[in-house]
Design a protein around this ligand. Structure first.
Ligand code: PAF
Length: 283
């Protein structure tokens, strides 16, 4: 027995029925669980903005490549439910893989062009998996507003493009990155970091801040600042870098000249853990 008020639903029929009967706005917070302050800030935003909040907890197998961490991905359901309950989330939708993919992966969403570079180039089927699951969740939970974190910057743009392209009737809110006091962006994968890794990982935030300071005085071009950031990461000891780029906030294309909202995006390995981060440089 527990004293949680949060309702846990695991079938699509029950979930859709709950939303249909809900009075007032419904906010949706899609997650893969292993919740941290970043996820909880999304849930708090939803609880503040909507009369009803549904959080989903589903480790979506189709967005992991065969050599990625699907099996190790942290699963902390009990603690997740306690945290969501404490914030006032009404429902946790916790479906099984069979519920979300009844016959395996028969129908998939082809992601929009904004998915091509960066994460899309380094993790080829990732955004197809993300679009497919988010589209399914939006159908099962026809919410008014869905909340996503800026930490997965490209993911937010991919989902915005999908919603526009498919004419889906849902508002999207992107909430700021939540960082540890060291500057490290909160991520479920931070649990894989050893103490020395954690120390090293803080260089990513430092390098982003330095790039931001340089961009604000336009001391050099976006590409030169990206190259300089890459060198600084390597000098700090982060040698395996998937990308460091300064990009247009909508198209995610690399910038030759400054945009009022230029964004630096980074993906790099610290030890064996792949971390991503980003920062608006010029807004
Ligand atoms: O950002 C995530 O945690 C996942 O990509 C999402 C949006 C829950 C889809 O599985």
């Amino acid at each position: 027995m527990n004293n949680r008020r949060i309702q846990v639903i695991d079938t699509a029929v029950e979930m859709r029925g709950w939303v249909t009967n809900a009075i007032g706005r419904v906010g949706l917070v899609p997650t893969m669980g292993a919740l941290h302050e970043g996820h909880l800030s999304l849930a708090q935003e939803s609880v503040a903005a909507c009369e009803n909040t549904v959080a989903t907890i589903f480790v979506n197998p189709t967005q992991f490549a065969p050599d990625e961490d699907l099996d190790q991905y942290p699963r902390t359901l009990d603690a997740d439910l306690n945290q969501l309950d404490a914030i006032g989330v009404d429902v946790a939708f916790v479906p099984s893989v069979d519920t979300m993919y009844p016959n395996g992966e028969e129908v998939t969403i082809q992601p929009p062009p904004v998915a091509r570079r960066w994460e899309g180039a380094n993790r080829p089927d990732h955004f197809s998996g993300v679009c497919t699951i988010v589209e399914k969740l939006f159908r099962i939970i026809p919410a008014d507003i869905a909340f996503f974190g800026q930490k997965d910057f490209q993911q937010t743009r991919v989902i915005m493009a999908m919603v526009r392209q498919l004419g889906m009737d849902i508002d999207l809110r992107v909430c700021p990155i939540v960082r540890e006091p060291s500057g490290l962006a909160m991520s479920s994968r931070n649990q894989y970091l050893t103490d020395p890794d954690r120390e090293l990982a803080t260089s990513i935030h430092r390098v982003l801040r330095e790039a931001q300071a340089a961009a604000q005085v336009r001391s050099s071009s976006p590409q030169a600042i990206a190259r300089e950031a890459e060198t600084k990461l390597k000098d700090a000891g982060i040698s395996k870098i998937d990308y460091v780029a300064v990009v247009d906030p909508d198209s995610l294309e690399p910038l030759d000249t400054w945009h009022p909202q230029s964004v630096m995006v980074v993906a790099a390995y610290v030890g064996s853990t792949r971390l991503i981060d980003n920062m608006f440089l010029t807004s």
